[in-house]
Ligand binder design. Structure first.
Ligand SMILES: [Cu+2]
Length: 143
């Protein structure tokens, strides 16, 4: 009796964290280091499909999150620019595989991160800015 009551409380609390009672929320910090380098921490994150990742600006600086290559069939993503400490953006990952992303202002500085959803895959570069990817077009052919 006591056991089932406890279980219903546990599941009740989990349900409050909808959409899925089993989805998890992760946090990645966009960091400007004192030595002048930039990083996403952690730079590699392993999650499950349905989980969400929130990127948060660790201090007053400009960062964003831009997909660079994503699993085949996965959506491109791009956050608004973070301008001040605490700015954040959340994305739910639905498609399994490896996602590589970077911070646009600091791409040259190697500010880059990887999200592995369920299992690694060979990521496909996302289309250039302003262009949507064309389904059916082979990614092996570059123009
Ligand atoms: Cu940055």
């Amino acid at each position: 009796m006591r056991h089932s009551a406890l279980l219903s409380i546990v599941f009740g609390l989990a349900a409050l964290h909808a959409p899925s009672a089993f989805a998890k929320d992760y946090l990645v910090r966009a960091v400007s280091r004192p030595d002048g380098s930039f990083a996403f921490e952690p730079s590699t994150l392993r999650i499950k499909s349905g989980d969400t990742v929130a990127w948060v600006n660790a201090q007053d600086d400009s960062h964003n999150v831009m997909a660079e290559s994503v699993p085949e069939g996965a959506e491109n993503f791009e956050s608004p620019m973070f301008e001040k400490k605490g700015d954040r953006w959340t994305y739910a990952f639905k498609t399994s595989g490896t996602y590589v992303y970077h911070c646009h202002p600091h791409a040259e500085n190697g500010m880059r991160g990887t999200i592995i959803v369920d299992h690694p895959s060979t990521p496909v570069p996302v289309a250039d800015h302003g262009e949507h990817s064309h389904h059916g077009e082979s990614s092996a052919h570059k123009h």
